[in-house]
Design a protein. Structure first.
Length: 408
């Protein structure tokens, strides 16, 4: 399936439909103008329900481009993220590198604490870097991403922030910026701890942000095996061997969390993110995740409806040097819809009853909403494309009269 863009004739038709919904002086958009009768299209085939995981505490599949949850259950309930936590750790490290705080070739110490709390003798996943020795940050990060090394996660946290506790504060700060509203981290590795939690939706948003913001660091998660100190360990994400479109993201497991997997795949121009929490085995979490990804790719498509720099509509301006202002979007407006339902989208505008100059460029004027089957599935602010300065005294006086006259 392709990541489709509403370009050319299709884009013009959609823009015309929105333009038809706007009327100067109305607080809410009118219904789209009637169109000439067309030959009846074949009835759309109902999309089957998403394949629910055999057993899980929470799950979802999300469209990467839009952030829309295509299907899911218990998506906002607290769960233990286990080693999926390390995706947040990787995100923070990538951000700190981008900000010039640390460097990929920094020499990171495998401290006594990191070795004792996350090393081979802890009965958890480990990377195997020797205690009290240093290794390049990039190697340590791959040991964390590929081998899910708890020891590497602690050592990296200490290098970046001084202590793992201070690093957890960074994790929570970046999580808030990403929009993870129901998550809280207290460690860098994901072992069970009070007040260390997330949700399926938040984890999917994290995976989406990681792909978008730091694709080079994200790519470490597609490495199938990594060798440290003569010990080669495989990536625990079985989907990397099953499906070439899968390029991440991270597994997790401990007794409190069960078997978890946050996966992502790209087919053509479309990418999806799936999260399965609390499964019963490595194989089951992989089976369920791949089923969700296949379902999403088969039955959904993504469209770009509007993009910045192009007028969506225009609105009357009173008491201004110009009588009209063009409205557009500040960010691309994308939407995920069932395959073949693009033509059924209904655009509408909500704008003020009257707009009075001055108007600043980029000022939010209203909202464009897109509905399918009566449900709003995407919306974005409408902003002024250009500034409209206040007119002179006589023009303002004249417009004031007409505003009074039309309001009577």
């Amino acid at each position: 399936m392709k990541f489709r863009f509403a370009t050319g004739a299709r884009a013009r038709v959609f823009a015309a439909a929105l333009a038809a919904t706007s009327a100067v002086g109305l607080a809410f958009a009118q219904a789209p103008a009637p169109q000439p009768a067309a030959a009846a299209a074949p009835a759309a085939v109902a999309i089957p329900d998403a394949p629910e995981p055999a057993q899980s505490t929470a799950w979802l599949v999300m469209d990467y481009a839009t952030g829309q949850v295509l299907a899911g259950e218990n998506v906002d309930e607290r769960v233990e993220p286990a080693s999926i936590t390390k995706v947040m750790t990787s995100y923070v490290i990538a951000a700190e590198i981008a900000n010039g705080k640390v460097k990929p070739d920094d020499q990171v110490l495998m401290s006594e604490r990191a070795w004792r709390e996350g090393g081979a003798r802890t009965d958890g996943s480990f990377s195997g870097f020797p205690v009290n020795q240093r290794a390049p940050l990039l190697d340590m990060e791959k040991g964390m991403a590929v081998q899910s090394g708890n020891d590497a996660a602690i050592a990296l946290a200490e290098h970046v922030a001084g202590t793992q506790e201070a690093f957890a504060d960074l994790m929570n700060s970046y999580a808030a910026k990403i929009g993870m509203k129901n998550s809280h981290f207290v460690n860098a590795h994901g072992l069970s701890a009070p007040e260390h939690y997330s949700t399926a939706r938040d984890l999917a948003l994290l995976g989406r942000a990681f792909v978008r913001d730091y694709p080079e660091a994200y790519a470490y998660n597609s490495i199938k095996e990594f060798t440290v100190n003569g010990i080669t360990q495989p990536n625990r994400n079985l989907l990397l061997w099953r499906d070439p479109s899968v390029d991440g993201i991270k597994t997790g497991h401990h007794s409190g969390a069960g078997y978890c997997l946050m996966s992502s795949a790209k087919r053509g121009d479309q990418r999806l993110v799936a999260v399965v929490m609390g499964s019963t085995s490595e194989r089951q979490r992989a089976d369920d995740s791949l089923a969700l990804l296949n379902w999403g790719f088969r039955f959904f498509e993504t469209h770009k409806l509007y993009e910045p720099g192009k007028a969506v509509a225009q609105l009357k301006v009173w008491k201004g040097k110009a009588d009209q202002v063009q409205l557009g979007v500040a960010q691309p407006l994308l939407v995920s819809v069932p395959r073949g339902r693009y033509a059924d989208l209904k655009p509408a505008m909500e704008v003020p009853k009257s707009l009075v100059a001055p108007v600043a460029a980029g000022q939010e004027i209203g909202t464009v909403k897109v509905s399918l089957d009566g449900k709003v599935i995407a919306q974005a602010p409408l902003v002024a494309a250009t500034a409209v300065e206040e007119a002179g005294f006589f023009k303002r006086l004249w417009d004031a009269f007409w505003m009074w006259w039309e309001s009577d």
